[in-house]
Design a protein around this ligand. Structure first.
Ligand SMILES: Nc1ncnc2c1ncn2[C@@H]1O[C@H](COP(=O)(O)OP(=O)(O)O)[C@@H](O)[C@H]1O
Ligand SMILES: Nc1ccn([C@H]2C[C@H](O)[C@@H](COP(=O)(O)OP(=O)(O)O)O2)c(=O)n1
Length: 227
C-alpha cells in the first residue's frame, strides 16, 4: 500500500514508546490504505478475550462509551437465547451450567445477526471465539477475520474471586462450574489467542488492578486508531 512519511513518523514514535501500538497502528494504516484503494468499507472487528471474570465485559462497556463501539457479548446473546422460547434453550442451559462451549453454529449465527443489525461499523465481540472451532466457524459463516484481538490476562485466583462476587444470579457463577470453565479456557481458548498472536493481532493487557487502572492501559490503543 502507499506509505507517506507522516504516517511512518507517527508509527515510528509509537513503536519507540510501545512497540505493540506502533506495529498495530502501522498494520491498520496499511489495511485502510488497501481498503481505500478498493473503495469498500467492512466493519472493524475486535475480539475481546480472557478467562471468566477477567473483566472483558467491564472493559467493553468503557471502550464502547469512550470510543463509540458497539458491544456484542457472546455470553449475553446466549443467555438471551436461553431465556426465550426456542428449540435450543434447554441444550444451551445444560452446556452453560456445565461450563462447556455451546455449538459454534448457534453462537456464530447469533453474532452474525447482531453484526448485521448493528448500524455501527466499529464492533467489539466479547467472549468470542472461545475455541478453534468457534474461530473457524466465524471465518466460514461471517467471512471476515478480526482486525484486533484484546486479551485480558488475569491470575486464576483473582478471576475466581471476581466471578464469585459477580452476583448477577448466573447459573455458571458457582465454584464447581468456575473450575470447569477455567479448565476449558486453558484447553480451548488459549490456542485461539496463540493463533492470533502468531498473526500479530493480539494486544495483551495485564488485567490486575482496578477497572479504571486497566482502562488506562486500554485507552492508548483505541485512541491511536484512525477508524
Ligand atoms: N478490575 C477489576 N477489579 C475488580 N473487580 C472487577 C474488575 N473488573 C471487573 N470486575 C468485576 O468482576 C466481575 C467480572 O467482571 P466481568 O467484566 O463481568 O468479567 P468477564 O466479562 O470477563 O467475565 C464483575 O462483577 C465486575 O464488576
Ligand atoms: N463463544 C462462547 C461464549 C460463551 N459461551 C458460554 C460458555 C461460557 O462459560 C458462558 C458464559 O460466557 P461469558 O462470556 O458471558 O462469561 P465469562 O467470560 O465466562 O464470565 O457462555 C459459549 O459457549 N461460547
Amino acid at each position: 500500500p502507499p506509505v507517506d512519511t507522516k504516517w511512518l513518523e507517527v508509527c515510528g514514535t509509537l513503536y519507540y514508546r510501545n512497540c505493540e501500538v506502533g506495529i498495530f497502528v502501522y498494520s491498520r494504516y496499511c489495511f485502510l490504505a488497501k481498503e481505500g484503494a478498493s473503495n469498500q468499507r467492512s466493519p472493524f472487528i475486535t475480539f475481546v478475550l480472557g478467562g471468566p471474570g477477567s473483566g472483558k465485559g467491564t472493559q467493553c462497556v468503557k471502550i464502547a462509551e469512550t470510543f463509540g463501539f458497539a458491544h456484542l457479548s457472546a455470553g449475553d446473546l446466549l443467555r438471551k437465547e436461553m431465556s426465550s422460547d426456542n428449540e435450543n434453550r434447554a441444550m444451551i442451559w445444560d452446556i452453560i451450567k456445565e461450563g462447556k462451549i455451546v455449538p459454534s453454529e448457534i453462537t456464530v449465527n447469533l453474532i452474525r445477526r447482531a453484526i448485521e443489525s448493528s448500524k455501527n461499523h466499529k464492533i467489539l465481540i466479547d467472549g468470542f471465539p472461545r475455541s478453534d472451532e468457534n474461530r473457524i466457524a466465524f471465518e466460514r459463516i461471517v467471512g471476515v477475520e478480526p482486525d484486533l484481538v484484546l486479551f485480558f490476562d488475569c491470575p486464576e485466583e483473582e478471576m475466581v474471586k471476581r466471578v464469585l462476587n459477580r452476583n448477577q444470579g448466573r447459573i455458571d457463577d458457582n465454584i464447581e462450574t468456575i473450575k470447569k470453565r477455567l479448565k476449558v479456557f486453558e484447553k480451548l481458548n488459549l490456542p485461539v489467542i496463540n493463533h492470533y498472536s502468531a498473526k500479530g493481532k493480539v494486544y495483551k493487557i495485564n488485567a490486575e488492578g482496578t477497572a479504571d487502572e486497566i482502562f488506562e492501559k486500554v485507552r492508548p490503543l483505541f485512541a491511536s486508531l484512525s477508524i
